[in-house]
Design a protein around this ligand. Structure first.
Ligand code: SF4
Ligand code: SF4
Length: 203
């Protein structure tokens, strides 16, 4: 099996995707109308609030995904990271879903390294920390320590509805961040799109 993939790679060259395809529709923007009993109050006055949606589908078919994966909220960018952007993920109480999706952006299909994005295993080498899961009082201290260890300039990214608004568990301890990546879990394309934008574009 290994040999087959090796030969395929040699014959076809780079097999990463040029444009998003086969997007999982339930982690994209949701549109519709009507009153629904949303468990996280992600629909208010007929307006969808990305930061609160856990994509449970209770609102379907009144509200449907429209395949727009660019749903991140970017409050600040840092062009200094355009050529290389090192990210340090921290699990503050995740179910594991967000961890799986962020891991995927390093797979051959998405290949974050072609955009100059890399994982680092220490906050001392990180340009951004990526917080996943509902933040608890104890993990707040851990994140503060990691943040203090990072060199300037530095960014905080909240990945997933739990980190942004508490998700299905309710209120999260608010954390100031430059980037909010909604989803439960977020689509790998949404994550990549947000990280590329925040680092000041493609290399
Ligand atoms: S998918 Fe679930 S959480 Fe999201 S808007 Fe619909 S009902 Fe609310
Ligand atoms: S946002 Fe969803 S996938 Fe991510 S940690 Fe929370 S429950 Fe899990």
């Amino acid at each position: 099996m290994k040999n087959w993939w090796f030969l395929r790679g040699v014959r076809k060259g780079i097999l990463t995707e040029k444009t998003p395809k086969d997007i999982a529709e339930w982690s994209t923007e949701i549109e519709g109308k009507g009153v629904v009993n949303c468990p996280t109050k992600a629909i208010e006055n007929g307006k969808w609030i990305a930061e609160r949606c856990i994509f449970c589908r209770r609102c379907y078919p009144n509200y449907k995904p429209n395949l727009n994966y660019e749903i991140s909220i970017i409050k600040g960018t840092q062009k200094l990271f355009k050529k290389s952007f090192f990210i340090y993920p921290i699990d503050a109480g995740s179910c594991g879903g967000c961890n799986m999706e962020i891991k995927l952006i390093s797979s051959p299909q998405y290949d974050m390294t072609r955009f100059g994005i890399f994982f680092t295993n220490t906050p001392r080498h990180a340009d951004a920390i990526i917080v996943m899961g509902t933040l608890t009082e104890k993990m707040k201290e851990v994140i503060k320590e990691a943040y203090n260890a990072m060199p300037e300039p530095k960014l905080v990214v909240l990945l997933g509805t739990c980190a942004i608004s508490g998700g299905i568990l309710g209120e999260a301890i608010p954390l100031e961040a430059s980037v909010l990546i909604p989803g439960c879990p977020p689509n790998p394309y949404t994550i990549l799109d947000a990280l590329i934008k925040v680092k000041g574009g493609k290399k």
